[in-house]
Design a protein around this ligand. Structure first.
Ligand code: FES
Length: 107
């Protein structure tokens, strides 16, 4: 059985700006909402390298850089673009929408 997608509002769209980065739990998923180059993105919120949350990470260029060991992931594709202790899978990228002035994730 396929469940219908659900919209989880995360942040007022007007609060987004380049460099914005904040983690949330939505529908049981840890996600990170970011914006760079005027384009928002929502990816999984826990680093797949060693399970560190992205809550204190930052955006570097077009990547999110994990503050634990410096792994970097492309904001658009989730692909790992830099690693320090060996290659790793990319991050899941979640669809997002803006509804009633809020940006949210669709799960
Ligand atoms: S836990 Fe993120 S780089 Fe190691």
């Amino acid at each position: 059985m396929i469940l219908p997608a659900v919209f989880f509002p995360l942040e007022r769209a007007e609060n987004l700006h380049d460099g914005y980065l904040k983690t949330f739990v939505a529908g049981g998923e840890d996600v990170v909402l970011m914006q760079q180059g005027g384009v928002p993105a929502i990816l999984e919120g826990i680093c797949p390298h060693a399970g560190h949350p992205f809550s204190h990470s930052r955006i570097v260029g077009s990547d999110i850089r994990c503050d634990m060991h410096g792994y970097r992931f492309d904001l658009r594709t989730g692909a790992c673009t830099f690693y320090t202790e060996g290659p790793i899978r990319g991050l899941r990228v979640f669809p997002h929408e803006i509804r009633d002035g809020f940006i949210g994730v669709v799960l």
